[in-house]
Design a protein around this ligand. Sequence first.
Ligand SMILES: [Zn+2]
Length: 247
Amino acid sequence: MNAAPADQIRLLDVQALDLRLSQLAHKRRSLPEHAEIEALNADLAQLRDLLVAARTEESDTAREQTKAEQDVDQVRQRAARDQQRLDSGAVTSPKDLENLQHEITSLAKRQSDLEDVVLEVMERRESAQERAGELTGRVESVEGKVADATSRRDAAQREIDDEAATVTKEREVTAAAVPADLLALYEKLRVQQGGVGAARLYQRRCEGCRQELAITELNEVRAAAPDTVVRCENCRRILVRTPESGL
Ligand SMILES: [Zn+2]
């Protein structure tokens, strides 16, 4: 393949712009904010689960408290009725009186036990409320951090995208000036060779594979016409000669 030396040099410009584009894409993918946001979201998911559990405990204990208070009320009402019966004097048989007294005493004991249950449930409810409150605060704080990291990530991406757009435009203009067959070969090699299709021959070294050319190869390159498209024997990339090639 033949191409004017100036077009070959231009290909090096295209290569430099392509490298810049792949660097920008890599930078975009590996912004530290990606990992930061991922870690924060994992924390957030965990905190939200804990919050749901605390709120469930909160509503469960609220129901439990209502039930326990109703139990206390029932016992209290029954004790009040018994007391009324006792005070009314309607019960006269000593055995009935004794039974009534006995029931009033055991109802008092039962009421006291149930009141203890109410207190215990209230304590659990309060601690669930506290936990839910604390977790709500932590969720909000982590949400704030996510929002902050997201806006930093977006700003960094916008900056990268702006630069990439400029480089892409410049690449288009530069590539348009390179002969189609040379550009096609370059594109094919670029895909095959990890993003580098054309390399400068610099001080007898291929800048694509970093190998110094053997004497025989060097002689062949020296003998080649300036518009011959030379390839590196080692990596097969297009080797572009410049005044610094050391020929
Ligand atoms: Zn090479």
